[in-house]
Design a protein around this ligand. Structure first.
Ligand code: SF4
Length: 360
């Protein structure tokens, strides 16, 4: 199998160029072809010598992978499906790593002058949140930075994207090394030169990696909170047993969110589970002295799940209660509901309200 060039830094590309008998500066040229001109084959890198391109093509490929399916919602939301091959860890029987074929999705959400891409970071997920269809599929492997970047490059709106949210399949902080590499390429001058303010990473709170994310990136943060009481949260989110939401919030409070960088908390409102006065009070207490926003999300029923969505009036009352308590809370509109209803397989993700464009 050929190695993908997408996801490589200029330094790494320089090494590859030298090995192929090309001059060192060809590394920079290759980065330009990959990230600025977004070529789909090595042959399109026309300022590299023909012979050099042939040597490169013997061992490498760009890593472009077209979508195999696209579904378009009535509201303009588009869901792209990509095949991926993920390397799983050491195979227990053979002691070697093995490849698994799977499918991941990227969702483009248009909203006035914005086009946001909801990006997947893993095929499936190992976190097992009970409300999430992705969690129910199990884990099929980590995406590489090439797989992540391909979601940006292989869609029809590639040149028009304004924002990205790591809120698709998988827990991005469970694959932080590859997500970090993709973010580096998205934000580097030699890459796509996006401001980190255009990117939001959504997590359920993988504490040690969250610290790294907060230290190593300037992107916005969204945390899937859903219940302020640790023992209740653990009922639907097993991660709570490893890293408590109270620890997660305590860590976040050590960082500055009063300037350009923003933090939001996603709170899906389940009837009778997390929508009481007791929950509102605890949430206000938990998030006190933190500049943040709470996004209330309407739940969409899934099979074999004991809780249903809170009604519109209840959502409004809960929002008002949080606002009275000093929090900035809004009810987020779900997008692309019709295409997710049509495809139960990949519906459901980090926030069971599905694709909500967080206004951070
Ligand atoms: Fe994984 Fe997010 Fe689903 Fe939880 S909600 S199982 S972290 S994809």
């Amino acid at each position: 199998m050929k190695t993908k060039l997408l996801g490589k830094t200029p330094d790494e590309l320089k090494q590859i160029a030298l090995e192929a008998g090309l001059p060192a500066f060809a590394g920079k040229q290759m980065a330009q072809w990959l990230y600025q001109k977004r070529v789909r084959s090595i042959d399109e890198m026309t300022n590299l010598s023909k012979q050099g391109r042939e040597v490169l093509a013997g061992k490498y490929e760009v890593g472009y992978q077209p979508p195999v399916d696209v579904q378009i919602s009535q509201d303009g939301t588009k869901k792209y499906l990509f095949p991926v091959k993920c390397r799983m860890g050491a195979d227990q029987t053979e002691g070697a790593s093995r490849e698994e074929e799977s499918c991941i999705e990227a969702v483009m959400i248009p909203d006035q002058d914005r086009k946001t891409l909801c990006v997947s970071s893993q095929a499936g997920c190992k976190m097992g949140c009970k409300f999430c269809m992705t969690g129910r599929q199990g884990f099929h492997g980590n995406l590489t930075a090439a797989d992540i970047l391909n979601q940006f490059f292989a869609i029809e709106e590639a040149g028009e994207l304004t924002n990205a949210v790591f809120m698709g399949m998988g827990e991005p902080l469970d694959n932080w090394d590859e997500v970090k590499r993709a973010i580096e390429i998205l934000t580097a001058d030699w890459g796509l030169a996006w401001s980190p303010k255009r990117i939001t990473l959504s997590t359920i709170g993988v504490l040690p990696k969250l610290k790294q994310f907060l230290e190593e990136s300037k992107c916005h943060l969204a945390v899937s909170l859903h219940n302020p009481f640790p023992e209740e949260r653990a009922e639907l989110m097993p991660v709570q047993k490893a890293w408590s939401i109270t620890e997660v919030v305590r860590l976040i409070k050590q960082y500055d969110f009063t300037g350009q960088r923003r933090v939001s908390f996603e709170y899906t409102v389940f009837e009778g589970w997390n929508d009481s006065e007791r929950h509102a009070k605890e949430l206000i207490k938990l998030l006190s002295h933190l500049e943040c926003r709470v996004n209330l999300i309407r739940f969409h029923r899934i099979p074999d799940f004991p809780y249903g969505p809170a009604g519109a009036e209840k959502m409004e009352a809960f929002k008002n209660r949080l606002n009275e308590g000093g929090l900035t809370a809004t009810i987020r509109a779900s997008r692309g509901e019709d295409i997710f209803a049509a495809c139960g397989l990949l519906a459901g993700r980090h926030n069971p309200g599905r694709h909500n464009q967080p206004e951070l």
